[in-house]
Design a protein around this ligand. Structure first.
Ligand code: MG
Length: 441
């Protein structure tokens, strides 16, 4: 029996609910609904005009309805009279296939049919900047190697504490907060969970960080690359497959601590990496972070080529510990649902086709990568990534041709708009178009 949101509102003194969804571009959209009306909305959903969002619809389409998932309820820690809800989109009595949360749930179902669950954790890097978006917020944060800088971290203590306290209250199990490798850059980690829970929390985390930063007179951005000379915002994911309490990736007898199943899953991701970039690095700006010139800190910490290794951060996939691996391709503009859905789709294909990832490579890819010309490079720009997606039999069959066509159409329109105003070159300065369209991603 689903939780009764109307009853919960009374118990928890919630006056309003945000019935929210994320469109294909990862934009978080909502209706604010008084608790008095939640009973009806829980059943039939809140109405939206699909064309007004980044979904492939027309103004003539009938209303779509966001039906909230009561299990996703978050009582907003800094405004307890509001409850936040993630929703699935429905139209004409059917789920909207090309909506990201529905796309993810379909992949989860496929895996659960084989008694497996993906567990994942995400590491969302962000910058604290001035409200205009022109410079980092802390003018004293100028070390050339600023990673883990205690003073710069503690100058933001009030803000970071408020976010971490919120996660503690919500039961996410946050366990560390730090200053990252770029001036003005931070990361906060909370416990991994099943992929849908992690995706919902990822959506909420971005909203929470931006909102709390605003409260403190600052702005937070997850934009992949805001400053040419500084490390960009990655969004790495640690993944493992489970059956009940058993980690199906863990083999203590293997040199990296992985099972054959894990290698096949990993092999699937390597195989589809170029096409996955269209989901994992979905903005024009994303391609300034991948295969980027060295930053002032000495490294970009982002991958250039499609390779895997042990505990070595210069590769696209790192195996830091037995029983899981870290995928380092994604950036801060990735749609939280398509991020998890993409991992699942490519990984399931790897299992089904028993894809062999080959031997891990134990070299510094930043300095020695050119010695391995047979290892493929990641796409150089969004246009190339979209081409790879349109050619990907794996992702076309996992998500359906119609959904991929919708995604490609919207992204190609975005590229057209950009190309009519500017040109993309990693050597040139970051364009105003990128800043206007990606700062609040
Ligand atoms: Mg990091």
């Amino acid at each position: 029996m689903a939780k009764d949101l109307s009853k919960i509102a009374k118990q928890k003194k919630i006056k309003y609910f945000l019935i929210s969804f994320v469109d294909l571009f990862g934009v978080l959209r909502s209706k604010l609904v008084p608790a008095e009306a939640i009973k009806e909305m829980q059943k039939n959903g809140a109405g939206f005009a699909g064309f007004a969002t980044w979904l492939d619809m027309t103004p003539a389409d009938s209303d779509m309805f966001a039906i909230p998932d009561p299990d996703s309820l978050i009582q907003i820690p800094w405004n307890k009279e509001v409850g936040w809800l993630a929703s699935d989109l429905w139209m004409n009595g059917k789920p909207v296939e090309a909506s990201p949360r529905v796309m993810l749930k379909k992949q989860i179902k496929k895996l659960s049919n084989n008694n497996m669950t993906l567990k994942s954790g995400v590491e969302c890097e962000y910058f604290l900047i001035n409200p205009e978006g022109t410079a980092i917020a802390d003018k004293r944060d100028i070390q050339s190697k600023p990673c883990y800088d205690q003073s710069a971290l503690m100058r933001q203590y009030e803000l970071i504490k408020e976010i971490c306290d919120a996660m503690l209250k919500l039961g996410w199990g946050p366990y560390q907060n730090d200053h990252e490798d770029a001036n003005g850059q931070f990361e906060m980690n909370w416990n991994y969970s099943d992929s849908l829970t992690t995706a919902d929390r990822h959506v909420f985390f971005k909203f929470m960080v931006k909102t709390i930063a605003e409260k403190h007179g600052l702005r937070a951005t997850f934009m992949p690359k805001l400053f040419e000379d500084l490390t960009g915002n990655g969004c790495h994911a640690h993944v493992s497959l489970w059956s009940g309490n058993k980690n199906l990736f863990l083999d203590k007898g293997d040199k990296l601590g992985l099972t054959r199943l894990a290698y096949n899953f990993l092999g699937g991701i390597l195989n589809s990496a170029e096409a996955l970039s269209a989901f994992f690095n979905p903005s024009i700006n994303s391609y300034r972070r991948i295969d980027a010139p060295v930053t002032t800190s000495g490294a970009t910490w982002s991958p250039s080529k499609i390779s895997y290794t042990g505990n070595n951060r210069t590769h696209m996939i790192r195996v830091p510990d037995p029983g899981r691996f870290e995928l380092r391709l994604m950036d801060g503009s990735a749609n939280p649902y398509l991020l998890q859905a993409g991992i699942l789709a490519a990984g399931i294909d790897g299992i089904e086709k028993k894809r062999d990832p080959g031997q891990p490579l134990f070299v510094n890819m930043y300095t020695e990568g050119d010695n391995y010309p047979n290892i493929k490079r990641l796409p150089a720009d969004l246009e190339h990534a979209l081409e790879c997606l349109s050619d990907s039999e794996v992702l076309l069959s996992a998500f359906g041709e119609k959904n991929i066509t919708s995604y490609l159409k919207l992204k190609e329109n975005e590229l057209k708009d950009f190309n009519s105003k500017d040109t993309f070159s990693k050597k040139d300065e970051i364009t105003n178009w990128e800043k206007t369209n990606t700062l609040d991603c």
